[in-house]
Design a protein around this ligand. Structure first.
Ligand code: B12
Length: 248
């Protein structure tokens, strides 16, 4: 397989892409010209305007379609691949029971002002997502879901009280990098409150995290868009039981 690819629109390798954006101007002929100017500056040549719609007072949403000349170099792509086996719920329960010989304690929350609980609920609640049951369904996991807008001190306190093996934090809002600031505040608070051997695994998730930033943010793992509960349960077993990062 070639390691160099180009976008595909009408014909293989024609370089055609579609993109959308909003400009803070009312919709008129000049606005459409402005959208095409931006598209040209973004490297779309030729660029076609395929949709323009005024969104409230003084804002217009655009969709443009055009050719880019850039090549994608697949051998330079960096991603976080899953580096642990994907287990079934039964396998997770068996490993926890045999090797940990107690329930594995998980505390989850949305921190800061973030009220988007659908993602963390999908991972934790029995209902789950994508046909998989959430972590509450796993007999050998004890899950406490603190819900939305939890403060960092309350999270640390709950983790201490529950003797959490893992703390799962969701951050969906990324305006002004809130997800990064909140994550850094959280990891700093855990570092301050607990010595390394008593610290739970710190895991964050949300659709707009860069999974490569785990070290920089001081967390053990970042889970992005489309994560399923089974992946998280398998990671917990891998890290806490198989890698032996159990708290003493
Ligand atoms: C539903 C929703 C709401 C609901 C939330 C209800 C609730 N109880 O959660 C309500 C109406 C309350 C809401 C409010 C707001 N919202 Co809103 N909302 C959405 C919406 C439409 C869907 C989010 C969602 O539920 N996704 C489904 C879940 C399953 O996906 P997920 O969160 O990505 O979770 C998965 C993974 O990311 C991962 N994951 C997530 N968290 C975690 C955690 C861990 C530990 C792990 C392992 C994995 C994991 O696993 C999940 C399952 O696969 C999005 C737009 C969109 N289409 O995404 C906007 C969106 C997130 N909202 C947005 C905004 C701006 C707001 C408001 C500020 C609007 C306003 N001006 O009032 C407020 C903020 C409220 C607040 N204080 O947080 C913006 C955020 C923009 C940004 N860059 O930050 C979005 C992107 C919409 C947009 N395009 O503008 N919102």
């Amino acid at each position: 397989m070639s390691t160099i690819v180009r976008p595909y629109g009408d014909m293989t390798g024609d370089g055609m892409v579609q993109t959308s954006f909003t400009l803070p101007i009312p919709h008129d002929k000049k606005a459409e010209g402005a959208a095409l100017q931006l598209a040209a500056k973004m490297g779309l040549d030729p660029a076609m305007l395929v949709h323009a719609k005024q969104m409230g007072e003084g804002f217009t949403f655009f969709v443009v379609y055009g050719r880019v000349n850039h090549l994608v170099e697949l051998d330079k792509v960096q991603v976080v691949e899953r580096d642990f086996p994907l287990l079934t719920a039964k396998e997770v329960n068996t490993l926890v029971k045999k090797k940990l010989r107690r329930k594995l304690s998980v505390v989850g929350a949305c921190i800061g002002t973030d009220a988007h609980t659908v993602g963390i609920d999908a991972i934790l609640n029995v209902k789950g997502i994508a046909g998989e049951k959430g972590l509450e369904y796993y007999r050998e996991l004890k899950v406490v879901n603190l819900g939305a807008q939890v403060t960092v001190p309350d999270l640390v306190e709950a983790a201490r009280k529950e003797k959490a093996d893992a703390v799962l934090v969701s951050q969906v809002v990324t305006q002004r990098d809130a997800h990064l600031h909140n994550t850094r505040e959280m990891t700093a608070a855990f570092r301050e409150a607990l010595p390394a051997h008593k610290r739970p695994l710190l895991i964050v998730g949300g659709p707009r995290f860069d999974e490569l930033m785990a070290d920089e943010l001081g967390v053990d793992r970042i889970f992005g868009r489309g994560t399923t509960p089974r992946e998280v349960a398998s990671f917990l077993v891998h890290k806490i039981i198989e890698k032996g990062s159990e708290k003493k």
